[in-house]
Design a binder for this molecule. Structure first.
Ligand code: AHM
Ligand code: MG
Length: 297
């Protein structure tokens, strides 16, 4: 079954299928920009990181198709300072996007991704508990989509004709033993350091590429925990609550896992602004729950 047929079967609103189709229809164009996409632009984004060409291109491609669709009233993008307001004549979805997460890995040819969340209520700042659906596109040796909504999590792989075909449904995260943690070890706070050392002593294996979508997908597939903690000089860590962490936690929780900031479930939080950051622990329930015990010390 392909993604379109799957969505038609799943979703009550035809406009949701159309919205997903608009986004996934841009995949070939985004991929065509990878070659030469690592050219530096000399422009620094709101996070102080130098943008490369593919960041801007992927952002523009997605904003163009979304605004032309007439389905979206708001877009929040990692590459845009403000929430974009659009004319929507048929539906009023709000969408968050990280157009190309892990783009610094383009020169190394490792997997990168696109992260999307959809708010049926048309308001991206209404709270992560209001997410109606979320998915990521992972551009690896295969191009795949992991799509989550109320009914669960499914995986699709692009076939030789460019069509996304269902390969797994009702995905549940196993209780595995992989871990990844962002930030430099010297900047970790004592509780996080102790937590990671404990996992290592128990035989958890390090898997961290620096491409969040690829790392999250590995945790979803094999189990364990992905984290980007509070750091000495950055108590909120690095990752963006609305754009990256919210959709990841939605997908992982729909697969039976858990996502927290070390204390509170991420999906209980309401971002105040697009660029709000948060520490994150996301993955198999057991591994994520245990983080809280160490962080409280
Ligand atoms: P980006 O969206 O600017 O590419 O950055 C986000 C990425 C995540 O994908 C990844 O988990 C993290 O930042 C890696 O950060 P670091 O290089 O500090 O390990
Ligand atoms: Mg990102």
């Amino acid at each position: 079954m392909n993604l379109q047929d799957y969505l038609r079967k799943q979703q009550p609103a035809e406009t949701v299928c159309e919205l997903v189709s608009v986004i996934t229809g841009a995949v070939a164009t985004i991929k065509s920009e990878f070659l030469g996409g690592d050219e530096k632009t000399g422009i620094f984004n709101i996070y102080g990181e130098e943008e490369i060409k593919i960041d801007k291109k992927a952002n523009q491609i997605l904003i163009d198709v979304l605004s032309k669709s007439g389905l979206v009233s708001q877009i929040a993008s990692e590459e845009e300072k403000e929430i974009l307001q659009c004319n929507s004549n048929r539906a009023h979805f709000a969408v968050t996007l990280d157009p190309l997460d892990g783009s610094s890995l383009i020169p190394t040819d490792l997997a990168v991704g696109t992260i999307i969340s959809i708010y049926g209520n048309g308001d991206v700042l209404s709270g992560l508990g209001e997410i109606s659906a979320a998915f990521y596109i992972l551009y690896g040796p295969l191009t795949l989509i992991v799509f989550a909504d109320q009914k669960g999590v499914s995986q699709f792989v692009q076939d030789k004709n460019g069509v996304f075909q269902l390969v797994k449904e009702k995905i549940l995260i196993p209780d595995g033993n992989l871990y990844g943690s962002g930030g430099l070890r010297k900047d970790w706070l004592p509780g996080h350091k102790k937590y990671i050392e404990t996992l290592e002593n128990e035989g958890y294996k390090l898997r961290y590429s620096g491409s969040g979508v690829a790392d999250i997908h590995q945790i979803l597939t094999y189990g364990g925990v992905f984290s980007y903690p509070a750091l000495q000089e950055k108590p909120q860590g690095k990752l963006r609550l609305l754009i990256e962490v919210g959709p990841w936690c939605y997908i992982i929780e729909k697969a039976g896992g858990l996502g927290t900031n070390g204390k509170t479930r991420i999906l209980e939080l309401t971002p105040q602004k697009v660029d709000e950051r948060t520490p994150v622990y996301v993955g198999s329930k057991n591994a994520v729950r245990r983080a809280a015990q160490f962080l409280e010390q």
